[in-house]
Design a protein around this ligand. Structure first.
Ligand code: AMP
Length: 394
């Protein structure tokens, strides 16, 4: 194999990775995609090649593989054995928080690490794991160049006023502001639109990233001008296990009247709410759509209702709407959810083409529809690999 870029996305108990080969032309081709899940409990590695064929599926002893560093070592051994001639030229990391200033990826250095550590309080559930993966690579290959790609960076083009909360000004200065997330996904979609939908790429577009995490982003001429997510990835749409936008008074009520601890509230908001909590059936949209439980139907209704409300808000930020784009697991795969959303968005001029919607064709609105609707698959890993290649001049 030629030179390659490794892309890492480290979570609390998981390590997702992709390997991209760099062709002579500079083109990036995925040759392996995998993940280690269950770190700390029942670690399991699953890897597929670039064609989706399974390369590995291994259960590991949790005593032997308990950390990101140990998991990474095993993954590196497997990849070396599989691609003996390959050279790793750089590593790109998904790092959730780039703070108020980073609007582009950053090459890792001691001073960059210190800056990224300062953002840990802003994303305590994710940032430490992202940084642990960087350190794990440094331990085994200190000279390998590494790049941090931020989920917040793409939104730094937003107008300052949209980044405020109505708190005393000093809280803004202390970092309590709207950052927005899923930026790598939106950046990928924005970069793809000129190729698949040139007629809308320069216009007013709302992208709905509907996955297990879900958010929406207003793009004007391919730049982010608004996002449904704010200070943390809890805000905005309802998600698989997160409630989305809610009155902050609820948190006070839970603390003061119901006596919940901060830890219990964190668990409630990150793990037990959303589609899971409302339906009582599960957090997987496929399961909810197949269920005949009335609460599954309620959870779907609320999911769609929140999308419609955010769509209205983002169309207001844009001063109108030229197109709505669906992406991520639910957005790319569920014709039913797209249909429900587009029906509610008729007032914005979206007329769904049911047949095109069923096939998931890039354009799913009728010809002549005042605002169009699209399905554009996202690829955050490829976005990270592109940034890494560019920043390291590979
Ligand atoms: P992601 O986080 O982008 O990987 O998306 C994961 C979510 O996509 C899960 O909640 C899945 O239920 C959902 N999903 C994947 N395929 C489908 C489908 N065909 N219909 C509905 N939801 C789907």
């Amino acid at each position: 194999m030629e030179q390659a870029i490794l892309v890492l996305n480290a979570g609390s108990s998981s390590l997702k990775f992709s390997v991209f080969a760099i062709a002579e032309t500079g083109e990036l081709r995925a040759v392996a995609v995998g993940q280690v899940e269950g770190l700390g409990t029942a670690p399991r590695l699953r890897v597929k090649d670039g064609d989706g064929q399974r390369i590995a599926d291994e259960q590991w002893d949790k005593a032997a593989v308990g950390s990101h560093a140990q998991a990474l070592q095993r993954v590196a051994d497997l990849l070396r054995a599989r691609y003996p001639g390959g050279t790793l030229a750089g590593v790109g990391h998904r790092v959730v928080h780039g703070g108020p200033d980073y609007s582009a990826p950053l090459r890792i250095s001691p001073s960059a690490m210190a800056a990224l550590e300062a953002f840990i309080p802003l994303a305590p559930l994710h940032q430490p794991h992202n940084l642990a993966a960087i350190r794990a690579v440094q331990e085994v290959q200190p000279d390998l160049p590494q790049v941090a790609c931020f989920d917040t960076a793409f939104h730094r083009t937003q107008e300052t006023v949209g980044q405020f909360y109505g708190l005393p000004y000093e809280y803004y200065e202390r970092g309590i502001r709207r950052y927005g997330f899923h930026g790598l996904s939106y950046e990928y979609v924005a970069a793809t639109l000129p190729h698949v939908a040139p007629e809308i790429a320069g216009g007013r577009v709302v992208v709905a990233h509907l996955g297990s995490g879900a958010s929406m982003c207003a793009l004007h001429g391919g730049r982010s001008v608004g996002s449904s997510m704010g200070f943390t990835a809890l805000d905005g749409l309802m998600m698989g296990t997160r409630p989305g936008n809610m009155d902050p008074g609820i948190v006070l009520y839970l603390l003061q009247q119901e006596g919940l601890s901060a830890q219990q509230i964190e668990d409630l908001l990150y793990k037990r709410s959303g589609l899971l909590g409302l339906s009582g059936v599960g957090n997987d949209m496929r399961v909810l759509l197949a269920s005949d439980s009335p609460r599954a139907a309620l959870a779907i209704d609320y999911f769609v209702y929140r999308i419609n409300r955010e769509l209205g808000a983002l169309a207001a930020v844009l001063g109108g709407l030229d197109a709505l784009v669906f992406t991520a697991g639910i957005g790319e795969n569920s014709a039913r959810i797209r249909q429900l959303v587009c029906r509610q968005a008729r007032w914005l001029g979206i007329e769904l083409d049911d047949e095109a919607n069923e096939t998931g064709a890039p354009c799913i609105s009728r010809p002549g529809s005042r605002a169009s609707a699209w399905v554009v698959p996202t690829n955050e890993e490829l976005m990270i690999a592109r940034h890494t290649r560019e920043l390291l001049a590979l």
